[in-house]
Design a protein around this ligand. Structure first.
Ligand SMILES: Nc1nc2c(ncn2[C@@H]2O[C@H](COP(=O)(O)OP(=O)(O)OP(=O)(O)O)[C@@H](O)[C@H]2O)c(=O)[nH]1
Ligand SMILES: [Mg+2]
Ligand SMILES: [Zn+2]
Length: 376
């Protein structure tokens, strides 16, 4: 017996997008699903499901579908593809996962993220690996204590990190209760802000944190915390969750540094229906961007540099420099340092060795000239 294509269509299992009842869709929206990611629902096979990555571990990920958390592993093909692109699955990513006959979940695909907080991590030798801290983040909270943690140069680097990520930065200065007069620090921080960014100072233990952050806590919005250890990222996360979900730690007496209490990144849902990503404290921050991208975070320097006498002015001791004196020296030095790092990280290990080789040749030639002079 042959069946007509019409009958075929009638007996076919409907695609999961139509199987998903409005409750499932609401659940996914509740963990941040929105366009363009929701378009993927229409192309899922009967056994595939869309999930958001809540945690990433060495050989597994924790996935959320808005209702249930489940453990899954990444398919080798996906791992290889992302590796080749110097990319990786991160907390906040949307992924397609499938359950096999043994009840094991496997991640087949990662949807291209709309923002990524990424940095480079030096292995101490010649590799600068790209690490993705969080993906699909709307607002990145740059958390810094108003105590000994406060550092404008670090804030400058965090602001460039935010700029490169595509997320909107909000500077959260914690420990206002430990700072007798936060006025100057607040003003200095405001002076560094790009358009659209905000800064707030609060006591994360006693103030109404959800109230203060309400503009960025819309249902489906995603916030991620970035900052040094002990700055109060987990304290803020707990305040937003109205629950003690994340362990918090004390700070060392003397230098006020944290104890690296949080050791992995994790995504949580606030009662408002926003998602918040807590992250471990950053020890050092190596940016992931080329020097043009970094220059974008210092456009005040770029604007003035157009008036320097020399096009390649380093704003150090060149005559006719328009930047020196007009902009804080420490800011100019920080800008140069970040650009140097970016250039180094962009070089391959081979190029870096070649550069070192060039320096050695030059040093040898200089020594030879000196020796010649002495003997003459
Ligand atoms: N007085 C005061 N203490 C705070 C404030 N915010 C955080 N703390 C304290 O600072 C310490 C460190 O806070 P955490 O929230 O663990 O810091 P963290 O940024 O998560 O640190 P890591 O997980 O190590 O990266 C804890 O003892 C908090 O109670 C604040 O606004 N005022
Ligand atoms: Mg923490
Ligand atoms: Zn100059």
């Amino acid at each position: 017996m042959t069946t007509s294509s019409h009958e075929d269509r009638d007996f076919r299992i409907p695609p999961p997008s139509t199987l998903l009842d409005s409750h499932d869709l609401d659940a996914l929206r509740g963990i941040g699903l929105r366009p363009p990611f929701d378009a993927r629902l229409a192309t899922l096979s009967a056994t595939e499901c869309l999930h958001r990555v809540a945690e990433v571990h060495r050989d597994a990920v924790l996935l959320h579908d808005g209702k249930t958390l489940r453990r899954a592993r990444l398919r080798a093909a996906l791992r290889t593809r992302l590796d080749d692109e110097d990319d990786e699955v991160a907390v906040g990513d949307w992924v397609v996962a499938e359950c096999n006959a043994f009840g094991e979940w496997w991640v087949d695909d990662r949807l291209p993220p709309c923002s990524q907080i990424a940095r480079r991590r030096h292995d101490g030798r010649d590799k600068a690996e790209r690490t993705v801290v969080a993906a699909n983040v709307d607002t990145v909270l740059l958390v810094m204590g108003l105590d000994l943690d406060f550092n404008l140069r670090r804030l400058e680097r965090y602001l460039v990190l935010a700029r490169l990520s595509g997320a909107l930065p909000v500077v959260v200065l914690t420990k206002r209760d430990l700072c007798a007069d936060p006025g100057d620090r607040l003003r200095d921080a405001v002076a560094l802000l790009p358009p659209g960014a905000a800064v707030l100072a609060l006591d994360a233990l006693r103030d109404d944190v959800p109230g203060a952050l309400a503009p960025w806590l819309a249902p489906g919005a995603t916030l991620a915390m970035v900052g040094s250890s002990g700055a109060g990222k987990s304290t803020l996360t707990n305040a937003l969750l109205r629950d003690h979900v994340q362990p918090t730690g004390g700070t060392r007496r003397g230098d006020g540094r944290g104890r690296h209490t949080t050791t992995s990144r994790s995504l949580h849902r606030t009662p408002e229906g926003a998602c918040v990503i807590d992250t471990p404290g950053l020890r050092t921050l190596r940016l992931d961007g080329d020097d043009d991208a970094i220059a974008g975070g210092f456009d005040d320097i770029a604007a003035l540099a157009k008036r320097c006498r020399f096009r390649d002015c380093r704003h150090q001791d060149e005559p006719g420099c328009a930047v020196r004196g007009a902009i804080d020296d420490a800011r100019v030095r920080n800008f140069h340092k970040l650009q140097r790092d970016a250039r180094r990280d962009a070089m391959s290990a081979l190029e870096r060795r070649a550069e070192v080789g060039q320096w050695k040749i030059r040093a040898r030639a200089a020594r030879a000239r000196l020796a010649q002079k002495k003997s003459a």
